[in-house]
Write a protein that binds this ligand. Sequence first.
Ligand code: NAG
Ligand code: NAG
Ligand code: NAG
Length: 412
Amino acid sequence: MFFQTWVSYILILFYFCVQNVNGTFKLQEVFRWSAVDYAYPDEYTRAQAIATQRFVPENNLPVGIEIWNDKLFVTVPRWRVGIPSTLNYISLHNLGTKSPRLIPYPDWQSNELANCESGLTTVYRIKADACDRLWVLDTGTFGIGNTTQNPCPYTLNVFDLSTNRRIRRYRFRPEDTNSNTFIANIAVDLGNSCDDAFAYMSDELGYGLIVYSWLENKSWRFNHGYFLPDPLAGDFNIGGLNFQWFEEGIFGLSLSPVLTSGERILYFSPLASNREFAVSTRVLQNSSKVENSYHEFIALPGRGPNGHVTAKVMSEEGIQLFNLIDRNAIGCWNSADPYHCTNIDIVDKDDTRLIFPSDIKIDNSGYVWVMSDKMSNFLLSSLDFDDINFRIFVAPLNVLIDNTKCNVRTHQ
Ligand SMILES: *[C@@H]1O[C@H](CO)[C@@H](O)[C@H](O)[C@H]1NC(C)=O
Ligand SMILES: *[C@@H]1O[C@H](CO)[C@@H](O)[C@H](O)[C@H]1NC(C)=O
Ligand SMILES: *[C@@H]1O[C@H](CO)[C@@H](O)[C@H](O)[C@H]1NC(C)=O
């Protein structure tokens, strides 16, 4: 018995590196949907939208979340026809229903497809900051893969959450993108004041990292070999499907707390990769480093096989949480320890309810929010709309990392 356990431990370390968890399910499910629905002003308007295909329920896949006060934001990209609104929220005051309808944010008009002046066309990941601003990257695209059209340019939109007004719309420079560009992720870096703010955005298919300075209202682009996919890591097995995403480069981003030296570390990983990379924000914030900073980017040791990651976040204590999409799991790493697969753990896992955990966020009260959406089944096969397809979970960070290698107390 002892021998068997010991062997399986070694095997797990050898084959998976990230250990398996056998504990209880710590993430609590707060919302669940078979299909998402929207808060139309009345049922007649909703029926009209369905009849005219402005709303096609089974084409709506939620991909991103963010939490600010009593609002839980949910984004829905316009990959197919019938997505009535791309940036939405749910009120956390109203916990009476497990499947609330999405409310367009800030309103219906601001979510108009192909309205390049005042609308949002397709939004993936979003970020709220400590100055009550919501940073929203609009790709301006309609469609996915070879069906993609670009009715609008890439823009970074910033909303004032206290007034629900858009306070900035920045259009990317032509040099920030290329013909392959696909940017779906954003990290926001706040310095000593609300004006001292930067956004970092990953170009997954054009292989770049775009930096935006709020103060200067300017952007610049880094290129680096570490943004490319690993040719040996393009095979995926998720939700019963085998598929190849071998062109997918830099995707997940997370920022460390401010170090004593005054900078943060941006951690990033290509999607087709089992590796983590890092760079100082001191480098990223300096636009003249675009030309000569190759050696300032750092490659960290691998997570081991089945280590594909698309979403990550780091707490103020330096605990990184990330989705392990091959494993229907959420992983953790305490950045006080070296980045190494033996210091990586799984905080929670569920082979039914956590299929493709597409986004993960930590709110101001130390709660971790996770959404799962069966994204690969949606894209490569189809969803069963008699089943539950989308779920949002929550758990306190300290509960999640309890009894893992990432626990700060057991660490000291
Ligand atoms: C797009 O790709 C899909 C799947 O690879 C293929 O079936 C379809 O024919 C392609 N469509 C166009 C317009 O190229
Ligand atoms: C920022 O730049 C955009 C161009 O993309 C411009 O339209 C906008 O007025 C500028 N905003 C500020 C506050 O300078
Ligand atoms: C920005 O980078 C350039 C080139 O490496 C360097 O000369 C300059 O001092 C840096 N600026 C700041 C503010 O660090």
